[in-house]
Design a protein around this ligand. Structure first.
Ligand code: ZN
Length: 191
């Protein structure tokens, strides 16, 4: 396994729409070892997720995992998941506010609105299709990653530019208030 370089905002690959994979491709040794590298790269960077075009490969693959994450201590846990050709269906009008950051947008966080209840359709690394309903903060994490595969970044959803801040200023000025909001979202949606 090896660590992959992470594209930074401004690189055109982050604005490219990723292409879907056929099942035979998913099972190929190349894609399987690429997935291993993505997981290793996400963990090394303390990311909650990573999309393939963030590592210069515009294919429809993203990985998500939240354990005890120093970047996002309030996020509910998500066991490691590999999502291939993911599709999101919004299940309700409800939205919540999230304070997001991104490994491709160094040292900036900002407030975005995310759908609170979504259905995810995707294929796993063995080529098996899955469907599941995801709510709350965890739903926001999936929306962030699937956005990458459509060439979007969280900055596109920031509705109030005065919320933009560095990680240090987030800790100083916004963290306490936001942790309470995040806890309320988790209490309401269970994740
Ligand atoms: Zn990101």
């Amino acid at each position: 396994m090896s660590l992959l370089k992470i594209a930074q905002i401004g690189h055109p690959i982050l604005r490219q729409t990723a292409r879907a994979l056929a099942t035979e491709e998913i099972l190929s040794p190349d894609i399987q070892s690429f997935i291993d590298d993505m997981v290793e790269t996400m963990r090394d960077a303390n990311g909650a997720g990573l999309a393939a075009n963030q590592v210069y490969n515009p294919i429809q693959v993203c990985v998500v995992e939240v354990e005890d994450n120093p970047r996002y201590p309030y996020k509910p846990r998500i066991p490691l998941e590999v999502l291939i050709n993911p599709m999101i269906t919004v299940l309700s009008e409800e939205v919540f506010e999230n304070f997001e950051g991104c490994l491709s947008v160094p040292n900036i966080r900002g407030r975005v609105r995310r759908n609170a209840e979504i259905q995810m359709d995707y294929i796993d690394r063995e080529g098996t299709p899955h469907q599941k309903i995801v709510r709350g903060i965890t739903a926001g994490t999936y929306q962030h990653e699937v956005d990458h595969l459509a060439g979007k970044v969280f900055l596109d959803h920031v509705f109030d530019s005065t919320s933009l801040c560095t990680w240090q200023e987030f800790e100083r000025h916004y963290r306490d208030e936001f942790v309470k909001e995040a806890e309320a979202v988790v209490a309401k949606y269970g994740s």
